[in-house]
Write a protein that binds this ligand. Sequence first.
Ligand code: ZN
Length: 155
Amino acid sequence: MALDDLYRDVILDHYRRPRNRGAPEAAGVVVEGVNPLCGDQIKLWLKIEGDTVTEAAFEGHGCSISQASVSMMTEAIKGKPVSEVERIISDFRGMMLDGAEPNPDRLGDLVALEGVKRYPVRIKCAVLAWNTLRLGLAERTRFHGQQVVLTHSET
Ligand code: ZN
C-alpha cells in the first residue's frame, strides 16, 4: 500500500468514526469555527484545569478534511499540558502554512493531513480546527465559572 493511501485511510477513518464527538458535561470554553469558503462548521469544547487540557470534544459538519482534522486534533491534545498543545498547534500550522518539515514525534497521525497542501483551496479546511483551538486557548483566562463562547472565522 502506498503511503498516500495509508494517509487517506487515516483521514477517512476519523471522518467516518469521529473521536471525542458530542458536548462534554462541563467545559469552560466553547469556540465555534467556520470556514465559509467550504461551508465547514465546528463547535469545540475545551476544559482546562490548571495547565492541562483535560477535555476536548467537538460537533460539526462539513468536508472530510475539516471533520477529520478536528477529530484528530482532539485526540492529539486531550490530557496534554497547554504548553505542549501550543507546540503541537505551532508545528501543525507550520507544516500546513509555512512549508515546515513536520515533526512526526509531536504530530503523529496528523502528518496525514500534509497531503492536503497539494490542494491549496483545502488548506483552510485542515487548519480551521487549529485556528479555532488557538482562539480558545488565547481567551481561556476569560473563563471564571461562566462558560465563555467565542467565534472564529476563516477568511
Ligand atoms: Zn472543507
